[in-house]
Design a protein around this ligand. Structure first.
Ligand code: SAM
Length: 173
C-alpha cells in the first residue's frame, strides 16, 4: 500500500515558514488546502493523513470526503501563552483509509499523547511518538510506501525507516 502524510503550514500560519520556503504564504489561502486534500484523495486512495489546528478544523473538515476520521494529538506539555485560557493543547489529524486492522492486530487509539518538540529549528516538527502512532493508525506495514509531503526536519521519514526495519516491535504503541 501507498500512504501519504501531509503536514503543510497550518492555515493562517504561513508566516512561520517564510524563511524556509518562498511560497509559504500560499497556505494562508483555504483554497490551497482544498486543492491539497483533493490531490491526497486522488493520488493516495490507500490512505492519507493531514495535520491541522483545532482552530481551523471548522474550515477544513467540510473540504474532506465524508469517510475521513478526526483523530487527535494531545500535548501534555505544550506552549501555554499568556491570556489564552484554556490553552490550545491538542491538534486534530484527519485520516482517510488505511489498512483494515484485523482482530489479530492490537487496537490503536484515535489519539496519541506526546509532548511537543523543542529546539528542532522548525515550528511544527512532530515528535517521534506521534510518527509511530500515525503509522499504526494507517495500518502501515514494512513493505508499504509512505510519502511525507512536507518533510521539514525529516523526522517522519527517519521514523518510517526505523519502523520498517523494526516491523512488529511497534505494534503496541
Ligand atoms: C509544519 S512544517 C512540516 C514539519 C515536519 N512534518 C516535521 O515534523 O519536521 C511545514 C513545512 O512545509 C514547508 N513549506 C512551506 N511552504 C511550502 C510550499 N509552498 N511548498 C512546499 N513546502 C512548503 C515548510 O518549509 C516546512 O518545512
Amino acid at each position: 500500500m501507498r500512504f501519504a502524510y501531509a503536514d503543510p503550514p497550518y492555515l493562517g500560519c504561513g508566516r512561520l515558514y517564510i524563511d524556509h520556503h518562498d511560497e509559504a504564504m500560499i497556505w494562508d489561502d483555504p483554497e490551497t488546502h482544498r486543492d491539497l486534500i483533493e490531490s491526497l484523495s486522488e493520488d493516495y486512495p490507500d490512505g492519507w493523513a493531514y495535520s491541522l489546528t483545532s482552530t481551523t478544523l471548522q474550515t477544513i473538515l467540510p473540504m474532506c470526503p465524508p469517510d475521513v476520521r478526526v483523530m487527535a494529538w494531545v500535548k501534555p506539555f505544550a506552549s501555554f501563552k499568556p491570556n489564552v485560557n484554556p490553552a490550545y493543547a491538542w491538534e486534530p489529524v484527519i485520516v482517510r483509509g488505511g489498512r483494515k486492522r484485523g482482530r489479530e492486530i492490537p487496537t490503536v487509539s484515535d489519539f496519541v499523547s506526546a509532548n511537543i518538540t523543542l529546539k528542532k529549528g522548525l515550528t511544527g516538527a512532530k515528535p517521534e511518538r506521534f510518527c509511530y502512532w500515525l503509522f499504526e493508525v494507517l495500518g502501515a506495514e514494512a513493505g508499504d510506501d509512505l510519502v511525507d509531503l512536507f518533510p521539514g526536519t525529516g523526522i517522519v521519514g527517519r521514523c518510517w525507516d526505523h519502523f520498517r526495519s523494526q516491523g512488529d516491535l511497534f505494534k503496541a504503541i
